[in-house]
Write a protein that binds this ligand. Structure first.
Ligand code: PRE
Length: 319
């Protein structure tokens, strides 16, 4: 039997690291793409069976571009979600890291109580002219960049793996990248500073999307993601929709509004409902919401996995 093919941003990305952690490296064939649009389209076209999509980050919040792709561009159910810890690193050519490095993986940077980094940057950092970064990674390192590399121009890349690869290819010691430790190793680069994200406890939520059902080794907590579009002429429809969950004591772990893209001021509500769409209570809540004229579209009903990690002790497990 052929292995199921999984599309993801890569190589050398957090998406790759996280899916290897979640599904292992042997049972699936992983297919890396440079752009997230290609990750979505690979599974939509049938070239791959599933796609890995980063959907939410501790510091940056929702990755709205990816949510919009799920809602407007492809029709691929969510099959699982998992959380993966994210440490951002400043990566440069090995020739400059000997004098310019302030930390290694083993000795993370010190922080003040406020969470700010306690750092005396090496003089050579003032020569850095450019930082390559993925937009979501950039949003996680704003404070670091503002404080220690204010002179550097930012150039956005399709992924963190691609940022590191391009610095390597360019060969300019004054151009650095934000990226993963794996990418630094893969392209034989040096690490100037590790854990440069604004909050040391930083994680990203990833989802797996695809047409076919998929089985996992352990049972996760079931979640259902829906889109609720209220009718135009019904004041208080959102309040009523929320109370359909509240009085049944069904927890909503996420609620976001996004434009329908059809008319200014018209929104749909993206909701993560704790529980399976097949449970009696959740089904009844959906029926009640539809009865008041709201449209309910199920984006997926899937197991959710947490990542328990003892940071910096190399001891991790999915639960
Ligand atoms: O570029 C990568 O390494 C990715 O996997 C993408 C991505 C994202 O889009 O959120 C994944 C996790 C991090 O939060 C930053 C970037």
């Amino acid at each position: 039997m052929r292995k199921k093919r999984i599309a993801m941003l890569g190589p050398g990305t957090f998406s790759e690291e996280s899916v290897h952690h979640f599904l292992g490296t042997t049972d699936y064939e992983y297919v890396p793409f440079k752009l997230i649009s290609d990750v979505f389209l690979a599974t939509a076209s049938g070239e791959t069976d599933y796609s890995v999509i980063p959907i939410e980050n501790t510091i940056e919040g929702s990755v709205t571009l990816h949510i919009d792709w799920l809602v407007h561009e492809v029709d691929l159910p969510m099959r699982a979600e998992w959380v993966y810890p994210i440490d951002m690193n400043l990566i440069g050519l090995p020739s400059i890291t000997a004098e310019a490095s302030v930390s290694s993986n083993e000795t993370p940077l010190e922080r003040l109580e406020s969470g700010e980094l306690k750092l005396v940057p090496p003089a050579s950092w003032s020569k850095i002219t450019k930082v390559f970064s993925h937009t979501v990674a950039l949003a996680q390192c704003r404070r670091f960049l503002r404080t220690y590399l204010p002179q550097a121009e930012i150039e956005l890349m399709g992924s963190n793996g691609e940022s590191v690869r391009l610095v390597r290819e360019l060969g300019d010691p004054n151009v650095v990248a934000i990226g993963t430790m794996n990418a630094a190793g893969m392209y034989e680069m040096g690490v100037l500073a590790s854990q440069i994200q604004d909050n040391p406890d930083n994680s990203t939520r990833f989802i797996l999307i695809g047409r076919d059902e998929i089985e996992f080794a352990s049972a996760g907590k079931m979640k259902t993601t829906i889109l609720v579009t209220p009718p135009d002429d019904y004041p208080g429809a959102l309040h009523q929709a929320l109370s359909a969950f509240a009085w049944r004591r069904i927890n909503l772990s996420r609620l976001e509004s996004r434009p329908t893209k059809r008319k200014l001021g018209k929104y749909y509500f993206y909701m993560d409902v704790e529980g399976s769409k097949d449970s009696v209570l959740v089904r009844a809540a959906f029926e009640e919401i539809e009865a008041i004229g709201c449209q309910v579209r199920v984006l997926g009903c899937y197991p959710s996995y947490n990542y328990e990690v003892q940071r910096h002790e190399g001891n991790s497990s999915l639960s």
